[in-house]
Design a binder for this molecule. Structure first.
Ligand code: ZN
Length: 539
């Protein structure tokens, strides 16, 4: 008997993302790889045949920047998204009523009022005096705690200076409970590290949600340390999930720069700092691999902590700040490049973007290396000259489509009309010849890729205002970003991101073709199922 494919998918509207053959109607799979792409019904037999009856088949979505464990943990936290101050307090009170005194009440996703008012310690003390309350801002760049937590931290009465962050205080110098940027690490010391079993459960919960949304690959944007890492042994949670059959999607892990340390390698190796054993970008396999070093250069736009070259609108004294000394940040980027890492520099404000681009240029001059594919995460407020420079250096800008509707009004207010055209560029990046990935920064924003693609095309804020509409792209371009573009940003486009012989058999099945429906309907399309590693999971 001749060797045949395990799986044959027929009667499909296949959008391959392969420029040599953009459309097809059937796909054959064997051993977890695509072995044939066909027009019409192929003369092939397979162990399993799936007739899609005209549904659309695409490469599985790849979220190029998300926080998988953070999202998995947030699934168990009080949901504060879209809540007013009164609603926030009501939800905290209701949760505290069911939790023993002294335990934590953790909420996530809140936004300050339009006048800039955050929840405050005194109001939280009034409703939950005997609990430890910790409310995370939707940006992940700040949080609010109550007096019990401030007391644990020795911050009850006075606000010390914190490098790269701030303990906010009232006019009399008494902390208000708001902790910005690196000051959040103080709370992390009380709650972290989480035990591996908790983190493995979070990987499992997040992955199952991702699969249901058509996602087959994610890049996790920072593990191991800093204010964003959940445990120094976080990688082991992913390994455990995989061993237990609970890793639902393929994962590339960024490693937070805070855990880099001198290694004592031979001077000829050019590896001064890194992580133990010389592990670096590229180590791993198609399911679990090490991605870039993640380094934070600045903060958030909505929270007005991003490093700008001129002050925020209506806020003349505030141009934000860098998260560390500029020379130290530059040196960390150049050293990581030299040691063979891809680098993902979080840079939101144009001053931070300058720093990252300068560092990538220095790295290329001092230690030439072919196609390092360094990235700037967010690239949120970028001047026109910075687009041209990123293109010249081959630096990939990793934006978040869904921010338009969920955070767009706050971002427009932060930069003002004169800089609105700098925000979350797409069109100008493609026009400059750059590859555009797709990502969500979940749990900062909703992570379903069809929501992201909807916003990449429609570019409207939640109030209905246009969000830098000149940077809108077509649905076909957005779909390509969320599949092939993200694979490219992970240097994985030779194995995934398109449907062609030899590629991993990772697909999503959509109820309709996003490239032909009315663009305002994209968010409402359904994900009917996924295939990963050749294994179908159809609803
Ligand atoms: Zn992020």
């Amino acid at each position: 008997m001749a060797y045949g494919p395990d799986l044959l998918i027929v009667n499909a509207n296949v959008l391959t993302m392969d420029p040599d053959r953009p459309a097809a109607s059937a796909v054959a799979v064997a051993g977890g790889r695509v072995v044939g792409v066909y027009d019409g019904r192929p003369d092939v037999t397979a162990a399993e045949v799936i007739d899609l009856r005209g549904l659309t088949l695409i490469p599985g979505f790849h979220d190029a920047h998300n926080h998988m464990i953070g999202f998995g943990l947030a699934l168990t936290e009080v949901d504060l998204r879209g809540a007013s101050l009164d609603e926030i307090y009501a939800r905290v009170a209701a949760t505290a009523a069911g939790v023993p005194e002294g335990e934590w009440v953790i909420g996530s996703g809140y936004v300050q009022t339009p006048d800039g008012v955050h929840p405050d310690r005194d109001a939280l003390d009034a409703i939950a005096p005997a609990h430890r309350v910790w409310l995370k801002h939707t940006s992940s760049h700040m949080c609010v705690v109550n007096s019990l937590v401030l007391r644990d931290l020795g911050l009850d009465a006075a606000a010390p200076a914190v490098d790269g962050g701030r303990v906010a205080a009232d006019a009399a110098g008494r902390p208000t409970g708001l902790l910005e940027e690196r000051a959040q690490e103080l709370v992390g010391r009380l709650t972290r590290p989480y035990p591996l079993s908790t983190l493995t459960d979070a990987v499992d919960a997040a992955g199952r949600r991702y699969r249901a949304e058509g996602i087959t690959s994610v890049t996790e944007a920072g593990v191991g340390g800093g204010w964003i890492g959940q445990s120094p042994v976080e990688l082991a949670a992913y390994v455990a999930a995989r061993e237990q059959g609970r890793l639902a999607v393929r994962v590339e892990l960024m490693v937070v720069s805070d855990v880099f340390h001198p290694l004592g390698a031979h001077p000829a190796d050019g590896i001064e700092t890194g992580i133990d054993l010389g592990l670096r970008t590229g180590f791993g396999d198609d399911w679990l691999r090490l991605g870039p070093m993640k380094i934070f250069t600045d903060g958030s736009l909505v929270g007005r902590t991003a490093a700008m070259s001129a002050p925020f609108a209506g806020d003349p004294g505030n141009s934000g700040y860098l998260q560390a000394d500029a020379d130290q940040l530059t040196e960390a980027i150049v050293e990581a490049h030299r040691a063979g890492w891809r680098v993902a520099a979080h840079a939101i404000g144009d001053r931070a973007i300058d720093l990252a681009l300068d560092a990538f240029a220095d790295a290329a001059d001092q230690h030439p290396r072919p196609r390092p594919r360094h990235r700037i995460e967010h690239f949120a407020a970028a001047r026109p000259d910075q687009v041209a420079r990123a293109a010249k250096l081959g630096v990939i800008a990793v934006g978040q489509g869904r921010f338009a509707s969920e955070l767009g009004d706050g971002m427009l207010a932060a930069v003002g009309p004169s800089r609105a055209s700098w925000l979350y560029r797409q069109r100008s990046l493609l026009d400059a010849g750059l590859v555009l990935p797709g990502s969500s920064d979940r749990p900062v924003a909703s992570g379903a890729p069809l929501l992201g693609i909807h916003d990449m095309v429609n570019r409207r804020t939640s109030s209905g205002a246009p969000f830098n509409a000149g940077e809108a792209i077509t649905a076909a371009e957005a779909l390509r970003a969320y599949t092939w573009g993200s694979a490219y940003a992970s240097k994985q486009e030779r194995v995934k991101g398109s449907i062609a012989p030899g590629m991993l058999a990772d697909f999503a099945v959509l109820s309709e073709d996003p490239t032909v429906v009315d663009p305002t309907r994209i968010a409402g399309l359904e994900v009917v199922g996924t295939v990963i590693d050749g294994h179908p999971q159809l609803g």
